[in-house]
Write a protein that binds this ligand. Structure first.
Ligand code: SF4
Ligand code: FES
Length: 258
């Protein structure tokens, strides 16, 4: 354990934790966009910046990737932090002006418009990378990636065409904080798509009991493979989540992967 100070409050914290984790545990609010507790920190949105001194050279650090250390002094709302964070909000708003979540978060931090917005985009993807990372690190499908650089950076698939690796689980859509990547079931078809186009499309398998289309075969195979390897439970293989619940079987298709 180490002793640190956050906003003049003395705190004892495990050495392996980040400033963000410790702050959140103690009810100290730091805004984040690219952080998710189920994934390794990525440090890309920079909104979680804090000012440090004491055992680290005085300056601005990214709290989701900076570990705590004995004697560390942290200020989450110094004048320098607030000024830099407002600037970051303006940059993000200029690139993703259609993200309601970003607009709300920025407003909560006193930013209502961006002096950098040129009126030439209607994007709501904030480039947090959560969809790409969850697909790669939790599902192991590697269906999504980033293409292009700087202002043109966007979430897409290999060769920007329908992904052969996507299993149609929809975890990307679940984790996306802005709804920029979506999953839609229509009749017997499931599609996963972004503003830039379709990621993948699937025919849905139907439930053995009620006959309702509910999951792509690739997703079912993924669930079967993983549940067989790691769980000694009565897994419903051909039932939708509702019928599985009714019959007392376990259906992992409808459960969160996170
Ligand atoms: S699509 Fe959503 S999760 Fe993926 S980078 Fe954009 S905002 Fe983040
Ligand atoms: S939350 Fe730390 S950089 Fe995005």
């Amino acid at each position: 354990m180490v002793q640190i100070t956050i906003n003049n409050k003395e705190i004892e914290a495990p050495e392996s934790s980040t400033i963000l984790e410790v702050a959140r545990k103690h009810g100290i609010d730091i805004p984040t966009l690219c952080y998710h507790e189920a994934l390794e920190p990525y440090g890309v949105c920079r909104l979680c910046i804090v000012e440090v001194s004491g055992s680290l050279r005085k300056g601005i650090r990214i709290s989701c990737i900076q570990n705590v250390m004995d004697g560390l002094i942290v200020n989450t709302k110094s004048e320098k932090v607030l000024r830099n964070r407002q600037f970051l909000f303006e940059l993000l708003l200029a690139r993703s002006p259609d993200s309601k979540e970003l607009i709300d978060l920025a407003a909560k931090h006193g930013v209502y418009e961006s002096r950098f917005y040129e009126g030439d985009t209607d994007d709501n993807c904030v480039r947090c990378g959560l969809c790409v990372r969850v697909c790669r690190d939790k599902i192991g499908a590697f269906a999504l990636c980033f293409a292009h650089r700087g202002y043109d950076r966007m979430v897409t698939t290999d060769f920007e065409s329908l992904s052969e690796y996507c299993i149609g689980c929809g975890t990307c859509a679940q984790i996306c904080p802005t709804g920029a990547i979506r999953m839609k079931d229509e009749g017997e078809e499931r599609i996963i798509y972004t503003k830039n186009g379709m990621v993948a499309r699937f025919k849905l398998e139907t439930c053995d009991l009620c006959g309702i289309p509910y999951a792509p075969r690739k997703h079912l195979n993924f669930v079967i493979k993983n549940s067989d390897e790691s769980m000694a439970v009565n897994v419903a293989r051909d039932l939708c989540p509702t019928c599985a619940r009714r019959t007392g079987a376990v259906n992992l298709v409808g459960s969160m992967t996170l």
